[in-house]
Design a protein around this ligand. Structure first.
Ligand code: ATP
Ligand code: MG
Length: 306
């Protein structure tokens, strides 16, 4: 592999992250607390691990998770690429790209989908986080279902786009749109794993079956290697019994899939989006930033990140 991999995080042993800060499934559900060491294993140096952040329900924290998990993996010394695969292009705005620039098709993932021979490297942008790059979205992604309806092997387009750069990153995260249409099928076909963010609200639990069934269909038909890395409880309010009840409900229904890390509900996320920064930069020592850092370490320890 061309670039060197580090075997310690950029925080290294000096990290002051307090595990007590963290809400975790095991603590909330009264089990033995789990620990994910601050010192993580080096990236495998193999091809990138591709992870789709998926839930057909809107507003559950997919984009927030993609940006902040990406930033946390980059802090751990991994080379990260984010892909904005949603026509709302909220990740692209959340990374500070202005509205005028988003309207330009050239240089977006939409442009690449429409010209599979275009060099993907020409569209890769740097973020403000060292080690984290991204490919921006475009509003025309909204027309993907009809645009590619009669295309042969239309579910393989993203896999083909990523093939030339698959050895140049450790982790590639795809921010999916709130639908299970052509784009999400492309993302799942190109992926090794899936993270399903889920707002800690009762109605959100009802939609989980649909996501997991779609994933099963993709595994059976196109991508047998696809794994669910976990369901991520987001917008958790530790002061309400409702959040705890929802967590217990998901744990009962999907016992192996619920991740230990929980993302707390805080206005800091909306504030960081306005500033066009990940929370790990905007409020670096906040519990919210540390929850995404813990998610990155949990993912690595579960074998879900390179
Ligand atoms: N843990 C959190 N606490 C409070 N607000 C949050 C949290 N996570 C995300 N938000 C806010 O909730 C809103 C929706 O989050 P986000 O855009 O990440 O969801 P999404 O699943 O990507 O939505 P969509 O389906 O529309 O793409 C945003 O305003 C975001 O700032
Ligand atoms: Mg989104």
């Amino acid at each position: 592999m061309a670039k060197s991999s580090q075997d310690i995080s950029r925080f290294g042993a000096k990290s002051t992250i307090a595990e007590e800060d963290q809400s975790s499934t095991s603590i909330v559900l009264g089990r033995k607390a789990l620990d994910f060491p601050l010192k993580v294993k080096a990236p495998s140096g193999d091809k990138a691990r591709v992870i789709s952040i998926v839930n057909q329900k809107g507003g559950v924290g997919k984009t927030t998770t993609t940006i902040n998990l990406g930033a946390s993996l980059a802090e751990l010394g991994r080379r990260v690429l984010l892909i904005d695969f949603d026509s709302q292009a909220s990740m692209t705005s959340g990374l500070g790209i202005n509205q005028v620039a988003i309207q330009e098709q050239y240089g977006s993932i939409w442009h690449l989908l429409n010209d599979l021979n275009e060099d993907v490297r020409g569209t890769i942008l740097k973020t403000s986080v060292p080690g984290m790059d991204f490919i921006r979205g475009h509003y025309d992604l909204a027309g993907a279902d009809s645009r590619f309806a009669s295309e042969i092997a239309k579910e393989l387009m993203l896999r083909k786009i990523l093939a030339p750069i698959i050895n140049e990153y450790d982790d590639i995260l795809i921010d999916c749109s709130p639908s299970l249409g052509t784009l999400t099928v492309n993302a799942l076909t190109a992926s090794d794993g899936v993270i399903i963010p889920m707002e800690c609200e009762f109605f959100a639990v009802l939609g989980l079956d649909l996501v997991t069934k779609t994933i099963e269909k993709i595994v059976a038909a196109i991508n047998p290697h696809l794994e669910v890395y976990g369901i991520l409880a987001t917008m958790f309010d530790r002061k309400t019994a409702h959040s705890r009840e929802v967590l217990a409900l998901i744990d009962g229904q999907f016992p192996k899939l619920l991740l230990d890390t929980i993302i707390p509900r805080t206005v800091r996320f909306s504030e960081s989006t306005v500033k066009g920064m990940p929370i790990t930069t905007f409020a670096s020592s906040s519990a919210a930033a540390n929850s995404y850092r813990r998610l990155a370490r949990e993912l690595i320890s579960r074998g879900g990140a390179n």
